[in-house]
Design a protein around this ligand. Structure first.
Ligand SMILES: *[C@@H]1O[C@H](CO)[C@@H](O)[C@H](O)[C@H]1NC(C)=O
Ligand SMILES: *[C@@H]1O[C@H](CO)[C@@H](O)[C@H](O)[C@H]1NC(C)=O
Ligand SMILES: *[C@@H]1O[C@H](CO)[C@@H](O)[C@H](O)[C@H]1NC(C)=O
Ligand SMILES: *[C@@H]1O[C@H](CO)[C@@H](O)[C@H](O)[C@H]1NC(C)=O
Length: 354
């Protein structure tokens, strides 16, 4: 009863028919999160061998909780936590441009899932603390951990309930944080969807960093008040070169929308990202890695093409699977193949009883 309309919808979407999903009922809110972590001393501009600087703070974090549009009883206590990567915000998992094609949140709602989308610390309308000393991988991981704990405890505005099954879908740095949670707090997440991520840093990273500049310089109207450690892509050309597949793999309108709503990323994040590229030996849930075959950020050609990188990081996992999406770059959700990516994630969730 439930699988049939979804399958029909996907086939129609892939064939280019206009398909309308119901618009989910969502609650936008801010929650106050107090967290502490051990960050790195970045005073030399490089990553020291160990994290040594205790940091703590209370921050305002922007959330968007959406109810399922097609309730599925077996998913009533499941929550998909959606976490964006660098230079994105709540738009990444819920793209307002042609949302029937590009919004994963709408897709998930129509498949019976509640979703919790967020703007991480330093993004969207969440707090913007010091981009070098505070917004680093350890503190980012601590904040997202607190939010997932809040969801399990029933504290998400608009939800009015607790969730016993957490499906965490990360993109890029959001996946890096997920990997850190799987290592440090392995029982917090049941199903791990790591998109735009691998355990190897891709060959394109130096070019990507060269295509970024202080956000206050790039767009003074939007980012003028931010210190220079908040960076963003210089223009749509450097953005496409960093995050997109070849010309033709995405709509120019999708890139234009992405460019006009792009967010920032911090110097602290760029320097500290290796902190959670670690094995998660005690994680016992299910793991899916899903990447575009043209991902220059996290994949070398070998890594993305054969999927071997990964399994050794999750030796206790119930399952470890890997999917490569053809003709697609790093920001999978902005590509023509977005419906295929969403279908593949859903098929994986179905296969594992989520
Ligand atoms: C900074 O560099 C100096 C000189 O190489 C070194 O002694 C010091 O340990 C470094 N500090 C950090 C935090 O990396
Ligand atoms: C932040 O708030 C402003 C003003 O309400 C709004 O225009 C903007 O879309 C918000 N940003 C995000 C990422 O939600
Ligand atoms: C984008 O920025 C790059 C690097 O500064 C520059 O070479 C290029 O001409 C710019 N492209 C456009 C379309 O402005
Ligand atoms: C797959 O990747 C691994 C690790 O990078 C490499 O050793 C192996 O040769 C690759 N296999 C194929 C078939 O490309």
């Amino acid at each position: 009863m439930f699988a049939l309309p979804v399958a029909a919808t996907v086939v129609a979407a892939l064939a280019g028919f206009a398909v309308g999903y119901p618009t989910p009922v969502c609650t936008n809110s801010f929650v106050t999160v107090t967290a502490s972590a051990t960050n790195y001393d970045l005073s030399n501009g490089t990553l020291p061998p160990a994290a040594t600087v205790p940091v703590s703070g209370t921050y305002s974090i922007q959330l968007r909780y959406c109810k399922p549009t097609l309730p599925v009883p077996s998913r009533a206590n499941s929550l998909q936590v959606l976490v964006h990567g660098l230079t994105y915000n709540t738009n990444y998992w819920d793209i307002p441009y042609k949302p029937d094609t590009y919004s994963y949140a709408r897709w998930a709602a129509f498949n019976g899932y509640a979703t919790l989308n967020m703007a991480r610390l330093g993004y969207g309308n969440s707090s913007h603390p010091d981009p070098v000393t505070v917004v680093q991988d350890p503190m980012d991981t601590a904040i997202v951990t607190k939010i997932v704990e809040l969801a399990r405890a029933g504290g998400i505005p608009g939800a009015g309930k607790s969730f016993s099954k957490i499906i965490y879908a990360g993109h890029s740095y959001g996946s890096l944080i997920l990997n850190g949670i799987m290592a440090a707090t392995p029982s917090l997440v049941n199903a791990a969807v790591l998109s735009g991520y691998s355990h190897e840093v891709g060959t394109g990273v130096p070019t990507i960093i060269a295509g970024m500049a202080p956000a206050a310089t790039v767009d003074p109207a939007r980012f003028g008040s931010l210190p220079p450690g908040y960076m963003t892509t210089i223009n749509s050309t450097t953005r496409a070169a960093a995050f997109y597949g070849p010309t033709g793999s995405y709509e120019s309108g999708a890139l234009a929308y992405d460019e006009s709503t792009k967010d920032t990323a911090t110097l602290g994040e760029f320097i500290t990202f290796p902190a959670t590229l670690v094995p998660a030996p005690s994680f016992t849930g299910d793991v899916l890695t899903i990447n575009g075959d043209h991902d220059l950020v996290f994949c070398t050609t070998t890594d993305c093409a054969n999927g071997s990188a990964g399994s050794s990081y999750y030796p206790a996992a119930n399952s470890v699977e890997y999917i490569v999406i053809p003709v697609t770059g790093h920001c999978l959700n902005f590509h023509h193949t977005a419906p295929l990516t969403y279908l593949k994630i859903q098929q994986w969730l179905n296969a594992h009883g989520y």
